[in-house]
Ligand binder design. Structure first.
Ligand SMILES: [Mg+2]
Length: 392
């Protein structure tokens, strides 16, 4: 059966939210990010992009390229709130929804065509989101995730595009290979060096050539270039959470040990998040007392993968939950509501140096293992038990 998959993506999401609050920003080049000397651009408006500004660029450089730009410091809570509202509107009427990032969703609306036309349904949903939130959003509709995502890109800004079943290859043919979601900088350069710039050229190649040059990744790229993608739309509730628990060698009431253990667990889990290019929107703390009474509490947080931000929140949660002054046998931390996302959402408070430091530490961990580098606070004597933390 032919599937009907929608991809939607809010246009310059952070900028659009800021414009809802301050209409003076309309039509102007806007940069979102740390406005300090060493801040970084987290998002920018189309007006700013015309000057060559892009996200992840040092703010100082962006302002040199576009001196009249208005700089707005980002607001995590606000963006997460609007993101949640958009998700709610979509989930209300859509059978299967995958929240792919803070401003992107995939919808499987297969079967809806029996009742409404899928294209009409998609247009109506888009109209509803714009009307209810005031945020511009673009949609792509096709038979799979890849083609729909690329269609959204072609529809931007604030547009919609349908690729009718059977027309995938023809739609993709004239586009740049850059438009294929999996083609990163390295694959792009490899293909460019082979003289390939259009998807059409990939379509004409033999799959084994792609395998020889780029391995299994090349086969995936080749399939996508040919409009083939069987991957499913995975709803929120089926996406895995990640957690760690630590049972102490001896039950403890020592706040120092408890705090350090929590910090160490968050540190490792946040590293895993970044490694998988994910963000969490919900954290859970679990405490088991020596009498086996178990208490958990969860907290919705702005999407993040920053140790610093999550540690702050988990310690707040600990303060709230641990009121009984009883001996603790086990503590655990869980991250859920995982979505795709990279460092860029966390740039408002971080300076370029901080981000580079975090990336450098992660790189060393990638190579030598997570155990090698730990924050000073996590280094406990063995008795404390922090080093015994096991994945749950
Ligand atoms: Mg977007």
């Amino acid at each position: 059966m032919e599937r009907h998959i929608v991809h939607c993506d809010l246009d310059t999401f952070f900028v659009s939210v800021e414009r809802l609050i301050n209409s003076d920003l309309m039509g102007k080049p806007v940069l979102i990010g740390g406005n300090g000397d060493r801040g970084v651009v987290a998002s920018c408006s189309y007006e700013a992009r015309k000057y060559g500004v892009h996200s992840a660029m040092p703010m100082k450089l962006a302002l040199r390229m576009c001196p009249e730009a208005v700089v707005v410091r980002g607001d995590h809570d606000l963006y997460s709130k609007y993101s949640g509202t958009v998700t709610e509107i979509i989930e209300e009427i859509t059978p299967i929804v995958e929240k792919a990032s803070i401003d992107e969703h995939y919808l499987d609306i297969t079967g809806m065509d029996k009742f409404f036309g899928c294209w009409k349904w998609t247009q109506e949903l888009r109209g509803k989101i714009i009307k209810e939130t005031g945020l511009p959003i673009s949609f792509g509709l096709s038979v799979n995730k890849t083609v729909s995502k690329i269609a959204t890109g072609e529809a931007k800004p604030c547009g919609e595009k349908q690729v009718v079943g059977g027309m995938e290859k023809m739609f993709l043919a004239p586009l740049s290979i850059r438009k294929i979601p999996m083609v990163g900088e390295k694959s792009y350069l490899t293909l460019r060096n082979m003289g390939i710039s259009q998807i059409e050229t990939l379509q004409q190649m033999e799959v084994f050539t792609m395998r020889r040059v780029l391995g299994e990744n090349g086969v995936s790229i080749w399939n996508k270039a040919n409009g083939v993608d069987h991957s499913a739309v995975v709803p929120f509730r089926e996406q895995k959470s990640m957690s760690k628990e630590n049972t102490f060698l001896a039950d403890t009431i020592n706040m120092d040990i408890l705090r350090k253990t929590l910090v160490a667990m968050v540190d490792e889990l946040a590293y895993d998040l970044r490694h998988q290019q994910k963000l969490t929107g919900c954290i859970t703390l679990k405490i088991r007392y020596s009498n086996f009474d178990t208490h958990t509490q969860q907290l919705a947080i702005p999407y993040t993968n920053s140790d610093r931000m999550i540690t702050e929140k988990i310690l707040e949660l600990f303060k709230k939950l641990y009121t009984r002054r009883m001996l603790i046998r086990l503590i655990g931390v869980k991250f859920s509501k995982l979505i795709h996302g990279s460092y860029q959402v966390d740039l408002f408070n971080d300076t370029l140096e901080e981000i580079r430091l975090m990336q450098a530490i992660d790189k060393i961990r990638n190579r030598y293992g997570v155990e090698l580098i730990k924050k000073g606070i996590c280094l406990l004597d063995k008795k404390g038990g922090a080093d015994d933390a096991q994945p749950a």
